[in-house]
Design a protein around this ligand. Structure first.
Ligand code: GLU
Length: 407
């Protein structure tokens, strides 16, 4: 067994998936046959940190179409290339409170209310560089690949079906053209948009794409600056206010992470400065959000204290100091330990594991440990196992009993 604190993060993800697996309800999207043919029980999650560590569980490498999860990333590419003000001449920033395919144009300006609903996303796609639909789509697919740290491809069958059942999206594009919000042709804008929706991704890809936003626009795996820090912040802002369709307000209170869902069953969530999460489970609720993806993100947020509006001073680095005592190394931890802190511990303490002696996690300065993190930390010495010489690889010092189950 590897001597690695990553096991703690892995154990948490496996547990989160085990709890979500029995959650029933929801239906596959069926507006095109390809989406209705997907295995409804697939379930995967991936978390990518801004330091470039990726942890996955379940069907994290199963491909599905990105659909509306593409919208924030294409908005990001557009504002990065053109600047925010130029994009805002074509699309607004206000939550619509309406379903994704609503005929939702601002009465005064004629612009679609925001870039996360179809009308706005079609306009945003049209703003991407390129004189033809093919050129725009190529730019989009390339840009999405830079977020994901690998080359992505369009699922051509899904694209043909999307383009063949397009009446409503064509109508939205015609309306946006009538108001002047859409300046390219309807054909160019919608073809680019349908290709964008049909890009095949995995939960692992989504986590890396989200981590790129979390890292202020720099892909943590490739080191490539995909978009500017401003573009990343504008994008996570619009995901916060508009990312979950007509459930965005409730989502902000319950989950508190900038997110975007798609009818292919994917959800991305960003914890700025920390990590990105991608989930995949194709059964959807009435609003088009993945039932088990929502359950996972609600559970993760509640159990691990991820809500972005609760990041107080306690959320600074959990490692106050590292000292040595003979062969042993002692990491003095402090503050609150939630998922983000365990993830940081896993990365920063990794070089201290192994060799002679033991790594002691000293919890004296820890004020609070989130419920699920407590379980995993208690079991950590046994999951990491012994050193090659038989002594413990990890030990815990918990003088105040912050890991006691009843606390
Ligand atoms: N291709 C879908 C549409 O435009 C995407 C919808 C979604 O993922 O919410 O209708």
């Amino acid at each position: 067994m590897p001597l690695d604190l990553d096991i703690a993060v892995q154990a948490i993800l496996d547990r989160v998936l085990d709890r979500a697996r029995p959650v029933g309800g929801g239906e596959l999207a069926d507006y095109i046959p390809e989406l209705a043919a997907v295995d409804p029980d697939r379930l995967g999650i991936a978390i990518a940190s801004v330091r470039g560590d990726v942890h996955v569980a379940g069907d994290a490498d199963t491909a599905f179409t990105i659909q509306s999860v593409s919208k924030p990333f294409v908005f990001a590419l557009a504002v990065d290339a053109l600047g925010l003000e130029a994009v805002l001449e074509h699309v607004g920033l206000e939550p619509s409170g309406e379903p994704f395919n609503a005929i939702s144009l601002d009465e005064a300006t004629g612009r679609p209310l925001n870039p996360m609903i179809n009308a706005g996303a079609i306009v945003t796609s049209s703003l991407i560089l390129g004189g033809t639909a093919e050129a725009k789509a190529a730019h989009i697919v390339d840009g999405l690949g830079r977020f994901a740290a690998r080359d992505l491809v369009v699922d051509e069958e899904v694209f043909s079906s999307e383009a063949g059942t397009a009446d409503r999206n064509l109508a939205l594009a015609h309306l946006a053209r009538a108001t002047g919000a859409l300046t390219s042709s309807v054909e160019v804008a919608t073809t680019a948009y349908f290709r964008q929706c049909s890009v095949a991704v995995t939960a692992r890809d989504l986590s890396i794409m989200a981590a790129t936003l979390a890292a202020g626009g720099v892909n943590p795996l490739t080191g490539d600056r995909v978009i500017s820090a401003d573009a990343a912040r504008w994008t996570t802002s619009v995901m916060t206010s508009c990312g979950m369709y007509d459930e965005s307000g409730t989502w902000l209170v319950r989950v508190g992470l900038p997110s975007k869902s798609g009818v292919g069953g994917g959800i991305v969530a960003v914890q700025p400065g920390q990590f990105g999460i991608g989930t995949f489970s194709p059964r959807l609720d009435a609003r088009g959000n993945s039932v088990r993806g929502v359950a996972i993100l609600e559970a993760l947020s509640a159990r691990f204290g991820l809500h972005v509006l609760s990041q107080g001073p306690e959320m600074r680095s959990p490692i106050a100091a590292v000292s040595e005592d003979g062969d042993h190394r002692i990491a003095h931890l402090r503050g609150e330990l939630h998922f983000a802190q365990v993830e940081e511990l896993a990365t920063r303490l990794r070089p201290l594991l192994g060799g002679d002696g033991c790594l002691v996690l000293d919890l004296e300065g820890v004020t609070r440990v989130g419920g699920a993190v407590r379980e995993v930390l208690r079991e950590l010495p046994s999951i990491v196992g012994p050193r090659p010489d038989g002594g413990p690889a990890i030990a815990l010092r918990d003088p105040d009993g912050v890991l006691d189950p009843e606390r």
